[in-house]
Design a protein around this ligand. Structure first.
Ligand code: EPU
Length: 418
């Protein structure tokens, strides 16, 4: 298993370009199932999860390849409707093929994702919504087996504004008969990006980005001309945290500030400075960070996907920070690893109390999930001496070349390939 060795305490400076958003690319790739033909997607990030989603589409019968960030997917020969366990267990986002397969082909067999390091993550709301649209759904030997001659438009109220649940239902509704209204829908920019791609294919969708989304079903969708995926707001947020903790000046190119309000506000409270320049967003970390409390919330609140990285910053801030995780029940796995670097953190239920220390000290640590890995990289950049991060395959699932981008900014990082 690959490891990263980080030599901390080196000042960083320079520019970094943000890649396409993982959590927009994955549903958009799945949505190509809805329209037979050749789809051309730009700004697709080079990530393990994207590879896995393309592999899944190939299993279904599509042809897909990426060349210089441009992904071509030919969906004309899809004849298989099964997402196998072996693949779904490596990436939960595989569930995103469920909605498109039932809508387009009237049948789907998708392995039920199991639990995950950060929480149980059920998909009951995806299934309830599809049932309400008329799909017959059974669980057979660990597989969701879904059938529907023609989905029907209906009103769906989501108990929780689930992101991939909203995406699955929007996709299913595009080819349903009549109008579907999704209430308490997720408002994440990635949902909006998916809706924009679907609209470019001929779908009729109103309200994406608000809590009520209305989809008027059409009889057919067609691949649109080239579509460019939005930049990854969580990758941008991660580099803001890097600048913040290192007290460095980093210009972040190709990021959308409007997707980062909650993160930027908290970063400002912590003492990080922002300037919009011609080159990009210039971010400057302070000499000493201030402690700030955060509570994760669905968009436009503070994203759970930035909680671990923000906690890394708070370990060396002046004072005490209270961090509340409200989205996932087990997303504090990085705490024990941060403690190995000398952080002073206590956890009670969904609340972590971080008392800032003067210095972190390098140590061997283990990555437990994607954002926890990023958090350890950030902490390693300021820890005295050497931090060795094991199991960084988690990092490669969701960050394009994070180590290379940091090295370009001056960091001393080695990747040990096993
Ligand atoms: N939930 C249910 N039932 C459902 C669906 C969700 O109870 O049917 C619960 C979940 O257990 C969780 C909450 O609702 O407690 C919110 O989960 P959500 O469904 O919104 O998460 P997701 O769609 O599975 C996406 C991202 C995650 C990100 C979350 C929250 C993708 C592919 N994944 O997951 O990204 O953390 O939204 O914003 O879009 C990551 O990139 O590191 C990552 C984990």
């Amino acid at each position: 298993m690959d490891k990263l060795i980080i030599f901390g305490g080196i000042p960083l400076k320079g520019e970094v370009t943000i890649s396409g958003a993982k959590n927009a690319a994955l549903p958009i790739i799945a949505s190509t199932i809805l329209a037979s033909g050749i789809h051309t997607l730009k700004n697709i990030p080079k990530l393990k999860d994207v590879e896995t989603m393309l592999k899944l589409l190939k299993i279904l019968g599509a042809d897909a390849y990426i060349e210089r960030g441009i992904c071509n997917i030919d969906t004309t020969k899809i004849t298989n409707f099964e997402a196998p366990y072996e693949l779904v267990k490596t990436m939960r986002a595989s569930i995103l093929v469920l909605g498109p397969l039932i809508a387009k082909f009237g049948k789907a067999k998708v392995s039920l994702p199991g639990g995950c390091a950060i929480g149980a993550r059920p998909v009951n709301l995806h299934l309830q919504g599809l049932k309400k649209m008329g799909a017959k759904i059974e669980l057979e030997e660990g597989y969701i087996v879904a059938k529907a001659k023609q989905l029907k438009g209906t009103k769906i109220h989501l108990d929780i504004p689930t992101v991939t649940g909203t995406e699955n239902l929007i996709m299913a509704a595009t080819l349903a008969k009549g109008t579907t209204v999704i209430e308490n829908a997720a408002k994440e920019p990635e949902v909006v990006d998916l809706a924009n791609y679907l609209i470019s294919m001929g779908a009729k969708i109103k309200g994406a980005g608000t809590s009520i989304i209305e989809i008027e079903g059409v009889s057919e969708l067609n691949p649109s001309k080239e579509y460019e995926i939005i930049p990854d707001r969580i990758e941008a947020g991660t580099f803001i945290a890097v600048a913040g903790i290192c007290g460095s000046e980093i210009t972040i190119k190709k990021c959308k500030l409007e997707h980062l309000h909650a993160v930027v506000n908290k970063m400002k409270d912590a003492g990080v400075d922002f300037k919009e320049t011609k080159e990009g967003l210039k971010v400057t970390g302070p000499k000493k960070l201030r402690s700030v409390d955060i509570k994760t919330m669905p968009y436009p609140g503070f994203p759970t996907d930035m909680q671990a990285q923000f906690m890394a910053m708070m370990t060396v801030a002046e004072g005490t920070s209270v961090i509340k995780e409200t989205i996932f029940e087990n997303r504090f796995m990085h705490v024990a690893e941060l403690r190995r670097l000398g952080a002073d953190i206590t956890v009670e239920g969904n609340t972590a109390t971080v008392r800032g220390v003067k210095k972190l000290k390098g140590a061997p640590v283990m990555a437990t999930d994607l954002r926890a890995s990023a958090c350890l990289v950030i902490a390693g950049l300021v820890a005295d001496g050497k931090t060795v991060i094991d199991r960084i395959y988690h990092l490669d699932r969701g960050y394009e070349d994070l180590d290379k981008k940091l090295i370009q900014l001056g960091a001393k990082i080695e990747r040990v390939v096993d």
